[in-house]
Design a protein around this ligand. Structure first.
Ligand SMILES: [Zn+2]
Ligand SMILES: [Zn+2]
Length: 247
C-alpha cells in the first residue's frame, strides 16, 4: 500500500491509500483536477472518499467527487454544511463509532474536537497497511487505538511560535485562541502518540503543518526523538510505503 499526498495544510488536504488494485481517497479539499491527475484519470479503482469535516481545505470538491461516481463517506453534519440536504445516492452518512467497509478497507469513524458541525477521525484497517489512524483538525483526541501500524496525524503549530506571534499584546488573541481550540499543537500530537502503544507502528506522517506557525525539521526531530519511528512531514507529491509489517 502507498500513501500518496496530493496536498496538505490549510491550502488543501487530499490523500490516497492505493495498493494498485484499490484506492481510498481521504479528504477532497483541493481542485478536482488535482485529484484526477493524482489518480492518473483512472477512477475505476477508487472505492470511496472519506471526508472528516466541511471546511473547504478538506471538502472543497465533495460534489465533483460524487459526480465522478465515487461514494463519499462523511457525517450528517458535514453533508448538511456542504449543502447536501438533498441526498445523492453517492452520499453515505456515517456516525462516530460506526464500523463500515469500503472495498477491502474496514473503517471506524470517531468524533474529534474542532470548530465544525460534526467532525470525525478515521481508523482504517486493510490487509496491506494494517491499522492506520487518520487524525486531523482537532485539539485533542479522547480515544486510544491498540495495534496501530501506521499513523497520519496533524501537527499544526508550535505553542511557542503562537505565543510569540499572537501573545497578549499582539491584538491577535482571537486568532490564537481559535488555533488553540481547533488544531493539534506539536505537544498535543506528542501526547497523543505517547498515550498509544506504538510497538507495531512503521510510519508516523505529520500532516496539516501550518505554513507560518510550524517548523518542519523541528517537528520531525521531536517526534522521532520521542518515538524512534520513521517520521515524515507530508508534502505535496509525497509517496510513502505503508505496510502492515516493517518490511
Ligand atoms: Zn484543516
Ligand atoms: Zn477545519
Amino acid at each position: 500500500m502507498k500513501l500518496k499526498v496530493i496536498s496538505t495544510g490549510s491550502i488543501g488536504n487530499a490523500y490516497i491509500l492505493d495498493n494498485g488494485n484499490e484506492a481510498l481517497l481521504i479528504e477532497c479539499g483541493v481542485n478536482i483536477m488535482d485529484i484526477k491527475k493524482a489518480l492518473n484519470f483512472d477512477f475505476s479503482k477508487v472505492v470511496g472518499c472519506l471526508v472528516t469535516h466541511e471546511h473547504n481545505d478538506h471538502a472543497k470538491s465533495i460534489n465533483e467527487v460524487m459526480k465522478l461516481g465515487i461514494d463519499v463517506y462523511a457525517s450528517g453534519g458535514t453533508f448538511a454544511k456542504t449543502g447536501h440536504s438533498i441526498k445523492s445516492h453517492k452520499q453515505n452518512e456515517i456516525v462516530s463509532k460506526q464500523n463500515f467497509r469500503i472495498g477491502n478497507f474496514k473503517i471506524m469513524a470517531f468524533d474529534v474536537q474542532h470548530d465544525a458541525a460534526e467532525p470525525l477521525g478515521f481508523l482504517i484497517d486493510h490487509a496491506d497497511c494494517g491499522k492506520t489512524l487518520f487524525l486531523t483538525d482537532t485539539n485533542y483526541c479522547k480515544y486510544t487505538f491498540p495495534g496501530l501500524n501506521n499513523i497520519i496525524i496533524e501537527a499544526n503549530f508550535s505553542k511557542e511560535i503562537i505565543d510569540r506571534k499572537f501573545g497578549a499584546d499582539s491584538g491577535k488573541e482571537f486568532l490564537r485562541n481559535r488555533i488553540l481550540r481547533s488544531h493539534f499543537s506539536l505537544d498535543n500530537c506528542k501526547d497523543m502518540l505517547k498515550a498509544n502503544d506504538l510497538t507495531a507502528v512503521n510510519n508516523i506522517v505529520l500532516i496539516h503543518l501550518s505554513d507560518s506557525n510550524s517548523n518542519e525539521k523541528q517537528f520531525v526531530k521531536e517526534v522521532y526523538d520521542l518515538t524512534g519511528k520513521n517520521v515524515t512531514a507530508a508534502v505535496k507529491g509525497l509517496h510513502i510505503d505503508f505496510h502492515k509489517t516493517p518490511f
